[in-house]
Write a protein that binds this ligand. Structure first.
Ligand code: SF4
Length: 163
């Protein structure tokens, strides 16, 4: 289903290969202009320590990637993520929970003083929960390099914790 939504690769891995680390959120807090502006970003999302415990409650995970570029439709990717989680849930994988890439783009502005307007679709970004996305991709066999110039095509990585 991830591939049919446009993902370029998808890998099923043991959930223990999803790596969390305390340093990850420093990259959100010091270096991302989106910090604190959306409910799916820190400081509103689970801490790395809390999410590490969450991951510990799962056996398998799906990691998948989209190739980016200027025309990447971030909102569509985010909606596809929620659809995938829902499909897994309806297939009987009742613990299914998804995390995406980057700040939630479902609303133009996010009012952080209120509850989320789209709770069925909004999901935190992987990095906002302290996931080391690079290490997790390497564990999954997905090549992910640092983007170093505007000509580089970024990849957007998504995660589905399954069971
Ligand atoms: S769906 Fe809207 S209100 Fe909810 S986190 Fe995303 S931008 Fe904010």
């Amino acid at each position: 289903m991830a591939l049919s939504q446009g993902a370029s690769e998808a890998k099923l891995i043991p959930a223990r290969q999803v790596v969390t680390a305390e340093w990850v959120r420093l990259k959100c807090q010091y270096g991302c202009p989106g910090y604190g502006k959306r409910l799916c970003c820190p400081p509103y999302t689970p801490t790395p320590e809390a999410f590490s415990r969450v991951v510990g409650g799962y056996r398998r995970a799906l990691v998948y990637s989209y190739r980016g570029g200027k025309r990447a439709k971030r909102g569509d990717m985010h909606r596809g993520l929620a659809e995938l989680e829902r499909a897994a849930f309806l297939d009987g994988w009742y613990k299914a929970f998804a995390a995406g890439a980057g700040p939630c783009r479902l609303c133009k502005e996010c009012d952080t003083s209120r509850l989320c307007r789209h709770p069925y679709e909004a999901r935190p970004s992987m990095e906002s929960c302290g996931i080391d996305v690079y290490a997790t991709c390497r564990n999954a066999g997905i090549k992910l390099d640092v983007v170093t110039c505007p000509e580089d095509t970024p990849k957007y990585i998504h995660l589905l914790l399954i069971d």
